[in-house]
Ligand binder design. Structure first.
Ligand SMILES: O=C(O)CCC(=O)C(=O)O
Length: 335
């Protein structure tokens, strides 16, 4: 795949990108010999044939998918918990409607329980969400991908489609190193084609990043605008098209998970407001350099306006051999 060479500049504002504009990565599946390395691991018995097939798809197409075989109670518990969140509106959980995150006690069900609202950190109030946040089968794949202990962070529950433009996660989700990032998206119902399904562009993880200026690929909410975000989405789409790549909709049965590569282009397609698209997504990294989970919250400033506050959680907990950050809101409210 050909790549542009826009960042061949020693004075890069950051050095996360290669001169060809790809995200630097030390992960084995990002190396040119990944497919051979997978073959060697199958041959030596380190991974199963099935894992090998999935990891090959991850290396070549940028995602892998399988059925989690979830118990019926996971769906019903999640459903009941989400309804409870809207009834009780606890202050120690965070949601967003069509703007920055806010504490749930500010939520207005009549006007905001519709697309593209989302709830962050539902695992703090829901055992079924916790069982997905720290799901052992997903963690087993992440261990193979990272070759390090993964840590879960930033879960999001969607009742409807996200309507998000095509993007790559490191542009918005800052890990350290940035390539130590993957996400798992679990369908909580059979996904309807008109419900604003998740879309992704197979193979796009091998394309260079859009740069706002040489070396700058991260979206900065303080200095970049919606027009910059549109410019990026358009350029990414055009680049994919120029390489013969096209977006595909993920139309899984409930319980199916999609794990995507840090640099895979993905987003939420437009959908009907009348059709739900229940899903739970978790982001994962390693703790090589990354030591806290962070959230920017919009809150009343006490004099009739609003202000942004950054919340951070350094608290990691383990369960069943899987580890995850506690939601930043819990630490912020406790202190
Ligand atoms: O669920 C979606 O539509 C998109 C989710 C997403 O982009 C993310 O969590 O990074």
């Amino acid at each position: 795949m050909s790549t542009s060479d826009a960042t061949d500049d020693p004075e890069l504002k950051n050095n996360h990108l290669t001169p060809a504009g790809l995200l630097k990565s030390d992960l084995w599946l990002d190396k040119p010999d990944a497919v051979d390395a997978i073959g060697r691991r199958i041959a030596s018995g380190r991974i199963s044939e099935e894992q090998g097939v999935n990891l090959r798809q991850y290396a070549e197409d940028g995602y892998l998918s399988f059925d989690l075989n979830l118990d019926e109670s996971v769906y019903s518990d999640l459903e009941a918990s989400v309804n409870r969140m809207w009834q009780e509106k606890p202050s120690d959980i965070v949601y967003a409607f069509d703007g920055p995150l806010r504490r749930m006690h500010e939520a207005e069900e009549a006007t905001e329980r519709r697309p593209p609202y989302r709830i962050m950190g539902l695992e703090t109030h829901c055992e079924a969400a916790m069982s997905l946040y720290l799901n052992r089968t997903i963690f087993d794949y992440l261990r193979l991908i990272f070759e390090e202990r993964p840590v879960a962070t930033q879960s999001i529950y969607f009742q409807y489609g996200s309507r998000q433009q095509l993007h790559r996660d490191p542009v918005h989700v800052y890990m350290d190193p940035p390539s130590h990032l993957a996400a798992a998206w679990v369908a909580l119902e059979d996904i309807h084609p008109e419900g604003g399904p998740l879309t992704y562009v197979p193979g796009s993880h091998k394309l260079p990043y859009f740069q706002f200026e040489p070396g700058v690929y991260q979206f900065d909410h303080y200095s970049h605008t919606a027009a910059d975000a549109n410019r990026m989405a358009l350029a990414e789409e055009e680049q994919a098209k120029a390489h013969g790549l096209a977006a595909e909709a993920f139309l899984p049965k409930r319980g199916q998970v999609l794990i995507w590569h840090h640099s895979l282009l993905h987003g939420g397609s437009p959908g009907s407001d009348a059709i739900t698209r229940k899903s739970f997504v978790v982001h994962y990294t390693t703790m090589q350099y990354y030591d806290s989970s962070m959230q920017s919250i919009s809150k009343p400033d006490g004099v009739g306006g609003r202000e942004m506050e950054i919340w951070q959680s350094y608290d990691v907990f383990s369960r069943n051999g899987c580890q995850g950050f506690r939601a930043p809101v819990l630490g912020a409210l406790a202190s």
